[in-house]
Write a protein of this length. Structure first.
Ligand code: DC
Length: 226
């Protein structure tokens, strides 16, 4: 049986940074499911599909072949044979993904792939619905959050470091809008699983969060053994 750590939470809570570190420490595979939804959104954008047209989104999504490969321990998202990692982290793709991930056919397609990966490997998987839908039997479930203001500031600092000009207020407004979309959609909304451990990272360092999750893992192992 594989060991599964599920981390869910809103955009900008630090899920991917923490999940990557944790996966490295435990020598597990890191599965960034948001990147899969982003690859699908990128494909739909490239094909000029209107995100509000659910039927068109569902139909077109069926011709996106998304797979995950690992190169030097890094997750590479391959869309119809092409490495698309470099195109996924823009605000445009993130906003499109927040809308198109509401589509049931999109979710069905990507959920199957995520379950397969977790059945074959020990994983740290992050997303919105991992503990609730994708891996309801995960060994450890974490719900990682932070205040919208803190998340916006982190994103702002990231963009500034990349040399981009941006507006902090607009970023915060986008974050609040995406939270609303992710939490209020009909299928697989973002919510804390009943058996998930809540961690608010607003005033914690990355290492503190990783250490806290490691402690939760140790506790779950002890309980398993006892
Ligand atoms: O975590 P992220 O910002 O890369 O995710 C991009 C979008 O994909 C986000 O708005 C919600 C969606 N998503 C989802 O619906 N389910 C997941 N398991 C992961 C992401």
């Amino acid at each position: 049986m594989s060991y599964q750590i599920a981390i869910d939470g809103p955009a900008g809570a630090g899920k991917s940074t923490i999940a990557k570190k944790l996966a490295k420490a435990k020598q597990f595979i890191y599965v960034d499911t948001g990147a899969m939804y982003r690859a699908m959104a990128y494909y739909l954008l490239q094909n000029h599909v209107d995100p509000r047209d659910g039927e068109a989104v569902g139909e077109k999504s069926q011709s996106a072949d998304i797979t995950i490969q690992y190169e030097k321990g890094e997750q590479v998202v391959v869309l119809n044979g092409e490495n698309v990692n470099a195109f996924l982290r823009t605000e445009e793709v993130g906003n499109m993904a927040s809308i198109t991930s509401q589509n049931p056919r999109v979710r069905e397609r990507l959920t199957v792939l995520q379950k397969e990966l977790a059945a074959k490997n020990n994983v740290v998987m992050d997303g919105r619905d991992i503990g609730t839908c994708v891996l309801p039997g995960a060994d450890v479930k974490i719900y990682l959050t932070a205040s919208p203001a803190v998340r916006a500031k982190r994103r702002f600092d990231e963009l500034v470091a990349k040399g981009e000009t941006c507006d902090l207020q607009k970023i915060e407004a986008d974050i609040i809008k995406r939270d609303e979309q992710d939490m209020n959609r009909e299928i697989a909304p973002l919510k804390q699983a009943e058996d998930a451990v809540l961690i608010d990272s607003s005033y914690m360092s990355i290492d503190q969060v990783v250490e806290e999750i490691m402690a939760v893992c140790r506790k779950s192992m002890t309980e398993l053994g006892s």
